[in-house]
Ligand binder design. Structure first.
Ligand SMILES: Nc1ncnc2c1ncn2[C@@H]1O[C@H](COP(=O)(O)OP(=O)(O)OP(=O)(O)O)[C@@H](O)[C@H]1O
Length: 272
């Protein structure tokens, strides 16, 4: 069995194509399991004591969810790759493994640079103002302070959060979910990334914002970034991605051009 590992750089032996289309992410037989423990009433109350007395010994054992099962794929510079699959098929887990947030149990993840994961729950601070979150978010992505100042106005303009008032000075908890999602996307996509992963973050924006973000994704790709997009919206995938990976129960069902994989996935989803 291969050693579980997340390698920051692609090894010399990784498959390479000529010129610009070099690989940015290589997954080699990646397996990810979550350890889970059965829940029950806790603490010293009567319900907890009764629950402990009634619990069978086997329920004490922790079990696991095998969320990603032997996924292998290679993503290249300039590629936008959509991940589709039903709820619980392992899409978010796979992205978290690529981002280095979840170490694989076995198999290997090679990435070029540090991938940035933009999820619906990206860690912005609800009690801090939009302005503070922009600065902290950029610093957290490793951007030098001077660059943050340089990008600040663009981020505010792109997010559109000040269109109806001075929202940058207000705490983020006062934002609508769509505004927060727009700000997250604006922060994450302001700089070039070798690998940018977007997990359903486009879903909350309105139509005009979705168009703007798709345009931004095209620019990132033109600058040779690789973009992963997880979405339940076929139109977002169709408009953004040229390649689609369909996951089911943690395994790759199909991996290929969008116009081949997406119709097959949609047909299977309709039958289910
Ligand atoms: N923190 C966790 N602990 C235990 N199991 C988890 C955890 N997160 C996800 N899982 C399980 O792992 C499997 C894959 O979940 P994942 O969130 O990756 O799927 P998904 O394809 O992104 O789903 P969705 O489309 O609903 O967002 C599911 O069975 C889920 O219940």
């Amino acid at each position: 069995m291969a050693t579980p590992e997340h390698d920051a750089v692609l090894p010399a032996g990784a498959p390479r194509q000529d010129g610009e289309s070099s690989p940015t992410v290589v997954l080699d037989e990646v397996h990810v399991r979550y350890r889970t423990r059965p829940t029950g009433p806790s603490g010293g109350g009567a319900a907890a004591a009764l629950s402990r007395m009634l619990r069978r010994p086997s329920a004490e054992r922790s079990s696991h969810v095998h969320a990603v099962r032997g996924v292998s794929l290679t993503a290249y510079r300039g590629e936008a790759l959509g991940l589709v699959g039903s709820n619980g098929s392992g899409k978010s887990t796979l992205l978290r493994a690529v981002a280095g947030l979840l170490p694989p149990d076995s198999g290997r993840v090679y990435t070029e640079g540090q991938p940035s994961l933009l999820g619906v729950n990206a860690a912005l601070m609800p009690d801090l103002s939009g302005e503070r979150n922009i600065v902290l978010g950029c610093l957290a992505m490793g951007m030098p302070r001077e660059r943050v100042r340089e990008y600040y106005d663009d981020i505010v303009a792109f997010s559109g959060i000040n269109e109806t008032g001075d929202f940058t000075s207000l705490p983020m908890r006062t934002y609508s979910s769509g505004m927060a999602a727009r700000l997250r996307f604006a922060i994450a996509s302001c700089a070039n990334h070798d690998v940018l992963m977007i997990d359903e973050a486009l879903a909350t924006g309105d139509r005009s914002f979705r168009q703007k973000s798709q345009e931004r994704i095209r620019e990132l790709r033109a600058d040779a970034s690789t973009v992963f997009l997880v979405s339940h919206s076929s139109s977002a995938i169709r408009e953004t991605c040229d390649r689609v990976v369909w996951l089911d129960h943690g395994q790759v069902v199909l991996d290929g051009p969008t116009d081949e994989v997406l119709p097959a996935y949609e047909e299977a989803a309709q039958r289910a």
